[in-house]
Design a protein around this ligand. Structure first.
Ligand code: ADP
Ligand code: MG
Length: 728
């Protein structure tokens, strides 16, 4: 546990580890610990299986009798794999996951012991909700919170516990978690998209949102991480001089994965495979000791659960290999941070990706419909979508010339831009036969070929179309994907609902044919959503200026970005789509603001502690060494010592200056914190933390980093960047 820098360095250098050889087919291991259909066939009655399947597909309720049967089957399966406990696994608004384990073991009234698990335990639990954030929902209503089984995400066994994915709601039904709103948003997009997909294919009964995430992270030696209070408490470094070698050489990206990291990955992948998480790609990222793990896309709710589970599993396995995983979006200044790209699309139950062009003009018109509607949705609700990825830690990364700026824009590539330009020129109302032929053959008909060789990719775009899906790139590495996914699916649901209405009106009132009506509405959308499309460099200052001209939101910080959540439009949208009520929106905003405040408050306290307990004492120690030296020189050289000791005197003076400044700034920061803490309104308090407390972090850091350069290595107590970043 916490030890000095030098003990930590010795320990990290002495690590021995064995390479793990990867043998065996992963597919044999896949979902071994998941209660999926295959296990249900084995452990459930035909009646129970039918009921669960229809709950998954049609959202039907499962009655108590059936729930008992399912619980019996689940228990038998779990015991057969050695599970001893069960838990409702949920996602409180803290952003991570929560669980409370209960043993299957129980005593009967006559004193006999047995393993018990019934429908009641499966369907609903009442965890002590009082320590989870509720944004005031529980004060206004009832203190109790319930977790309720989500049959669309299968139960799984992690270590010796049967985990049942659940939603977490207040007694009165308000969502206290991130999953309940997500499920409602997925339901909304299913309804709206199914209705639109039926324009093109009457057989479509259901539309699923799909999500494929790419998780970035840092792996740091555990002893080195623990030797720094900032990393162990806040997940990032608050001070630290740049290392002479950083990522300039770009020699880490896609390089050979170091042996210990590879051993970790290999064990991690095995565990993920057992848990049914379809991890697929692993590689080094841009920064030293930074990596990425990507999964195969899945239905969005399942994929969100899998990402959260992955993050938990990663921490456990990293520990085994003496690593600490850093999920923070910007653990090291001057070195690239981590994100979590969210690849998103819509798929039908007939097996069609609605954002993938097909072989017939009609299929491509369908593609265009979903493509243009998504663009339109993002244009209308760009600010709201941005709020879903705002957090104190992601603020450190967004716009830092390595990640998308906090402005939403969409990149679609030149060829698709050309297609949209051509469609914009389509004449209004009825189309002549020539126009139709021209459109179908030369514009719509050519899309698949276009996409095949559409290789231009713009890594600076926060929302890019990449061939058959949109990729949302601003999402933070720590963020629960449920948040952006709830937002994106809600706005697309709303947009598709409006689209359907407009098309139906044109068909009914103007007597247009279906494809003419679709073209007409799309043309208007293309015209009115143009400002969101941007093909240039998203990192440059020119884009900021241009975005301002286009009246796109530029919310540079989280307290600013969160304001829109309770705007009139937002309340209307979420209510109409049945995703979040006004009470829930207000509560969720409170929770986000609260999280922001705590985050900055904790960082401020840790920084203050580092300055007083580590940095100043180290500086003073070294000052004493210099003083001793100067005193000695004076003894020998008398008045002439000033010349002989010139450098020492100069360093002494610089150190003195920095100590004075760093102490003054740290005290000022503490005062700013006190003033902020005295505020009662959450938004004002968050704003005060953002504008009056946070700016001190960089100022303080500057002096600390200068001191780090001046002070002899043996006196510096904090493990240095180069030591952390280049340990293997
Ligand atoms: P990148 O170049 O960004 O690394 P990849 O081609 O490796 O892109 O794919 C990134 C992610 O996109 C993967 O997780 C993949 O499963 C996901 N993806 C592919 N098709 C879809 C889709 N239809 N819906 C959602 N995600 C998808
Ligand atoms: Mg990507």
């Amino acid at each position: 546990m916490p030890q000095t820098r030098f003990q930590a360095l010795t320990e990290s250098r002495n690590r021995t580890h064995t390479n793990i050889s990867e043998t065996g087919k992963r597919s044999d291991l896949f979902a071994k610990n998941v209660f999926n259909e295959e296990k249900m066939l084995q452990f459930l009655t035909a009646e129970a299986l039918e009921n669960v399947k229809s709950a998954i597909l049609q959202g039907t309720k499962i009655d108590r009798k059936i729930a008992n049967q399912v619980a019996e089957g689940m228990k038998a399966w779990a015991l057969s794999l050695g599970a001893t406990h069960y838990t409702h696994w949920f996602q409180p608004l803290t952003g991570s996951t929560a669980e409370k384990h209960d043993a299957f073991f129980d005593l009967l009234p006559d004193g006999r012991a047995m393993e018990k698990f019934g429908g009641a335990q499966l369907v609903q639990q009442e965890p002590d909700a009082s320590s989870f954030p509720s944004g005031g929902i529980r004060n206004t209503f009832e203190a109790r919170g319930y977790t309720a089984w989500d049959p669309t995400s299968p139960a799984f066994i992690y270590k010796t516990t049967l985990c049942i994915p659940t939603i977490f709601v207040a007694y009165t039904g308000e969502a206290l978690d991130n999953k309940a709103p997500l499920l409602r948003a997925l339901n909304a997009v299913d309804e709206a998209a199914t209705a639109v997909a039926q324009f093109f294919d009457k057989n479509v009964r259901k539309v699923y949102a799909t999500l494929g995430w790419e998780q970035e992270y840092f792996l740091v030696d555990k002893s080195l991480a623990n030797s720094r209070i900032d990393i162990s408490v806040t997940g990032r470094t608050l001070v630290g001089g740049f290392s002479a070698k950083g990522q300039q050489l770009d020699d880490h990206y896609f390089g050979v994965i170091p042996a210990r990291a590879l051993a970790f990955m290999s064990e991690l992948e095995k565990e993920c495979t057992r848990l049914g998480i379809p991890v697929k790609t692993r590689h080094n990222e841009v920064a030293p000791n930074q990596f990425e793990l990507a999964s195969v896309f899945e239905e969005a709710n399942l994929s969100v659960d899998h990402n959260l589970l992955l993050m938990d599993v990663m921490e456990e396995i990293a520990d085994k290999f003496n690593f600490t995983v850093l999920f923070h979006e910007k653990p090291f200044a001057g070195i690239n941070g981590s994100g979590k790209h969210n690849n998103w699309s819509l798929a039908t139950d007939t097996g069609v990706n609605l954002l993938s062009p097909g072989t017939t003009p009609m299929k491509n018109l369908q593609f265009l419909t979903f493509f243009v509607n998504t663009i339109k949705a993002v244009d209308t609700y760009e600010e709201l979508l941005g709020s879903s990825i705002a957090s104190a830690s992601n603020d450190c990364r967004l716009g830092a010339n390595e990640a998308p700026p906090p402005i939403l824009s969409i990149f679609i590539g030149k060829q698709l831009s050309d297609v949209l330009d051509e469609l914009e020129g389509v004449s209004k109302g009825k189309l002549s036969p020539q126009e139709k032929t021209e459109l179908k053959l030369n514009v719509v008909g050519k899309i698949p070929e276009i996409l095949l060789d559409n290789t231009d990719r713009n890594r600076t775009s926060p929302f890019a179309f990449t061939g058959n899906k949109f990729e949302m790139r601003g999402v933070g590495s720590k963020t629960n994907c449920a948040k952006p996914m709830t937002l994106l699916n809600t706005i697309v649901a709303k947009q598709l609902t409006d689209f359907k209405k407009e098309v139906d009106t044109l068909i009914d009132k103007k007597n247009l044919k279906k494809d003419e009506a679709v073209f007409n509405v799309l043309r208007e959308y293309i015209k009115t959503s143009k400002r969101i499309r941007f093909e240039g460099d998203g990192y440059g200052q020119e884009w900021q200026d241009e975005a301002r001209r286009r009246k796109l939101s530029i919310n540079k910080n989280t307290p600013e970005a969160l304001q829109v959540i309770t705007s009139k439009e937002s309340i209307k949208l979420f209510k109409q789509m049945n995703v979040l009520s006004e009470v829930e929106l207000k509560a969720h905003k409170e929770v986000e603001l609260g999280a922001y405040i705590f985050h900055i408050q904790i960082e401020g306290r840790v920084l203050g502690e580092m300055v007083y307990n580590h940095i100043i004492p180290a500086a003073v120690k070294y000052q004493n060494v210099l003083l001793e030296n100067i005193r000695g020189l004076k003894e020998v050289y008398g008045a002439a010592h000033k010349k002989v000791a010139e450098s020492q005197l100069n360093i002494l003076e610089q150190i003195g200056e920095h100590i004075l400044n760093i102490k003054k700034l740290t005290d000022e920061m503490a005062d700013a914190r006190k003033r902020a803490n005295g505020m009662s309104m959450m938004d004002k308090k968050a704003e005060a933390y953002c504008e009056n407390v946070r700016p001190y972090f960089d100022k303080i850091r500057e002096h600390s980093d200068k001191l780090e350069k001046l002070i002899a290595d043996e006196f510096w107590p904090l493990t240095k960047y180069r030591e952390i970043l280049f340990s293997k």
